[in-house]
Design a protein around this ligand. Structure first.
Ligand SMILES: [Fe+2]
Ligand SMILES: [Fe+2]
Length: 387
């Protein structure tokens, strides 16, 4: 059997890594490729604030899940201490005593291979397989391979691989400013955003696509309208427009669920419900939506809270909470008596608009025979006392 060994910090794994693995499997005719996230690399520092080993392992599993014959191993992470390749090869040799082992590496690693710790042992056990990109210095590479052959009687395989402009450093930098999505497999991107690794902020197009997939199609226009209105209100009142956008995009994410599904989500996220919420279960989508936004999309506490209070309001709301409450109420697809006045007020006197909106909502519910939630009355009372 032919077994490839492909190690790296994978901080994070990107599309170049996946392409390299696929190319190695195909060109070497591997029966399996073992991918190992490094514990502590002996020759380079993992940058401070990087994800944990478990998180890198999880991302590697997601990144390579589409490739047959790949086995992801936590061998180096479990071993602890500096991850010397010779130790890994010794362990894999024990596991696969009969196999032909190939050590997959880039040209930069190959250049120093003969100086690695226990290089003699490594070269006795494995055949180096070098992924050479078009622009790599081929004569130098061949010269190195030739010297291995001459001095160590060691054959090197050179794999020509397509150039993919991706690096983990570029991903780490770009995700901070809502970029980098094209550099990582989709599941890895979702994981990075969910855990907000590397200070990541979501690409808004991606966030919309994700959020809209949770909605009934007819609600999309409302959510898009709410986003536009929330951004306008944020700009008017000096709130963070990006936070307003995130909260608005995600605010109705669990709206389509009926009582049974809402209660399942409440159980999953430890949400405590009261009697009014159980009776008027549509109210629950604010709490369950906030929980999903936090756990699936890694939103900040203030964004989560803005989603949580968008339906009932509450006493002493933050500016962002007021904005999301009002944007939901007055966005362009809405149509009801008194809307024009409420819209005007929202841009002139936000607390006045909030109070009017809450009062109108209570009145509307009473007319429809629905008991308003006590938090809504508390919100009105607070504004009356502090207005
Ligand atoms: Fe809602
Ligand atoms: Fe809404």
């Amino acid at each position: 059997m032919k077994t490839g060994i492909y190690g790296g910090t994978f901080n994070p794994p990107h599309i170049g890594h996946v392409k390299a693995a696929a190319t190695a499997i195909a060109s070497l005719g591997l029966d399996r490729l073992i991918v190992l996230p490094t514990g502590e690399p002996p020759h380079k520092q993992i940058p401070e604030g990087s994800p944990s080993g478990e998180q890198r392992l999880e991302m590697v599993k997601l990144a390579f899940s589409g490739l047959d014959r790949v086995l992801v191993s936590d061998l180096e992470l479990r071993r602890g201490g500096p991850s010397y390749t010779c130790d890994t090869i010794r362990a894999l040799r024990e596991e696969y005593p009969e196999d032909e082992l190939f050590l997959i590496m880039g040209t930069d690693m190959f250049a120093t291979l003969d100086r690695w710790y226990n290089a003699g042992y490594i070269l006795d056990e494995v055949c180096p397989a070098v992924l050479a990109r078009e622009e790599d210095d081929m004569p130098e590479l061949l010269e190195k391979a030739e010297s291995f052959r001459r001095e160590l009687r060691e054959e090197t395989v050179i794999i020509r691989s397509e150039v993919i402009e991706a690096s983990s450093t570029a991903v780490r930098e770009k995700v901070k400013t809502r970029g980098g999505r094209e550099l990582v497999p989709p599941a890895v991107y979702a994981y990075i955003i969910r855990s907000r690794l590397y200070g990541a902020r979501p690409d808004f197009d991606w966030l919309r696509t994700q959020a809209y997939a949770w909605l009934k199609p007819k609600r999309t226009a409302h959510v898009a309208g709410c986003e536009a209105e929330a951004v306008n209100l944020a700009r008017r009142w000096g709130e963070d427009a990006d936070d307003a956008r995130e909260a608005a995009i995600l605010h109705d994410i669990t709206k389509k669920y009926e009582l049974a599904e809402q209660l399942i989500l409440c159980g999953k996220y430890g949400i405590i419900t009261d009697n009014v919420e159980k009776r008027e279960f549509k109210l629950l989508h604010a709490k369950t939506g906030a929980a999903v936004a936090e756990s699936e999309f890694g939103v900040s506490e203030r964004v989560r809270d803005a989603i949580q209070w968008h339906t009932t309001g509450k006493a002493d709301m933050s500016l962002l909470e007021k904005i999301i409450y009002l944007a939901d109420y007055i966005e362009p697809t809405r149509d009801f008596d008194g809307l024009t006045e409420l819209r005007r007020l929202a841009y002139e006197d936000i607390d006045g608009a909030l109070r009017l909106g809450l009062e109108m909502s209570v009145e509307d519910m009473k007319q429809r025979g629905i008991t308003p939630h006590c938090r809504t009355q508390e919100a009105i009372d607070y504004l009356r006392q502090n207005g």
